[in-house]
Design a protein around this ligand. Structure first.
Ligand SMILES: Nc1nc2c(ncn2[C@@H]2O[C@H](COP(=O)(O)OP(=O)(O)OP(=O)(O)O)[C@@H](O)[C@H]2O)c(=O)[nH]1
Ligand SMILES: [Mg+2]
Length: 327
């Protein structure tokens, strides 16, 4: 039985009732955007705002998916029946920039998580950062509204897009592995700044202690407490994810961080800045669409002619078009 043609509100209700296929359909619509995506945002928003969002980021092949799978299991055990289960959004690094897909040995999410009580969704980057930056908060909202808690987001951390997406989490985990300069690479990619918790994965390998020391050193150097701002020093957890070693420690640190966020009021501050980020992203999108439509109208064509005849620069034409719009 297909869910196509079924009113969105009904699909939502079925997802609330626990129908996994309905939830999958909602997430597809959110990813696609447009009117249905907007409707889902409207329906899910009042019910959302409860779940703890955990971001997991790090270099390609660091073991993020393996950790995510293990962490989801640990979280599920810890939270028990108090929620429907653990949600996972894996941002698939299919874009040529991230290069994650070139690693032959990457773990597919459905290999590590295949049980009732966990809902896994992959989203492709498709090279467009703007779409993803809006789709991810939308997906979190849907999972949250049907009572998945926590929701774990896996992204490859190599650039600004990933750092932005890491910014959508309450608790951001940065994964590094032993090896010369890996911590330095993470620093260059801007990941150290966003880290609430560090993981040194593949800790059974030589160099794990060095990686830990490098991180400690960088934390010392980077420690510039802002007056009046609560201080959190990111703990470093050593894991061998393939064997599940260190995962319970990691989950305890996530819980510690969540408590700290709540006690200090940081949780609200972070969520507020996320809402602002999403709202601004949406404004960009909406204004862009309105402007582009206007540019194709006779008014826009007229302006283009004046650009062609060198009477106006493209910049001035854009400004004139906007001024005209805003009148
Ligand atoms: N030796 C060792 N290998 C590990 C460990 N954790 C993960 N791996 C292996 O590392 C490879 C990559 O793991 P993934 O979990 O796919 O890494 P990822 O960071 O999600 O990779 P991408 O999504 O492609 O960026 C797999 O072959 C894992 O089995 C570990 O603790 N020790
Ligand atoms: Mg992965």
């Amino acid at each position: 039985m297909s869910l196509r043609g079924v009113p969105t509100a009904e699909v939502f209700q079925r997802a609330v009732d626990g129908e996994r296929r309905a939830l999958g359909r909602l997430l597809t619509l959110v990813e696609r955007g447009g009117a249905a995506g907007d409707e889902i945002a409207e329906i899910s928003h009042p019910k959302a705002g409860r779940c703890h969002v955990v971001g997991l980021t790090g270099a390609p092949g660091a073991g993020k998916s393996t950790i995510t799978g293990r962490l989801a299991a640990a979280a599920g055990v810890a939270t028990g029946d108090s929620h429907r289960g653990v949600g996972v959004v894996a941002i698939d690094p299919s874009s040529p920039i991230t290069g994650g897909a070139i690693l032959g040995d990457r773990i597919r999410m459905d290999e590590v998580i295949d049980r009732e009580g966990t809902f896994v969704r992959s989203m492709a980057t498709r090279g467009s950062s703007g779409g993803l930056a809006l789709a991810v908060p939308g997906a979190i909202r849907v999972l949250d509204s049907v009572d998945y808690n926590p929701v774990i987001i896996e992204t490859v951390g190599v650039g600004q897009v990933e750092v932005d997406i890491a910014g959508t989490a309450d608790t951001t985990i940065v994964v590094v592995t032993p090896g010369w300069g890996d911590a330095v690479q993470a620093n260059k990619a801007g990941l150290l700044e966003v880290a609430d918790i560090f993981v040194v994965n593949k800790a059974e390998r030589p160099g794990a202690a060095d990686a830990r020391r490098d991180l400690e050193l960088m934390l010392d150097l980077g420690a510039h407490p802002e007056p009046g701002k609560p201080i959190w020093r990111a703990p470093i957890v050593m894991t061998t994810a393939t064997d599940g070693i260190g995962i319970d420690d990691l989950w305890s640190e996530v819980e510690n961080h969540r408590e700290w966020l709540t006690e200090t009021g940081e949780l609200n501050a972070r969520r507020q800045s996320r809402d602002r980020f999403e709202m601004l992203g949406r404004i960009d999108e909406l204004l862009g669409a309105i402007g582009r439509a206007r540019a194709q109208s006779p008014v826009g064509e007229q302006l283009l002619k004046r650009v062609e005849s060198r009477e106006l620069s493209p910049t001035a034409a854009a400004a004139e078009l906007l001024a005209d719009l805003l009148e």
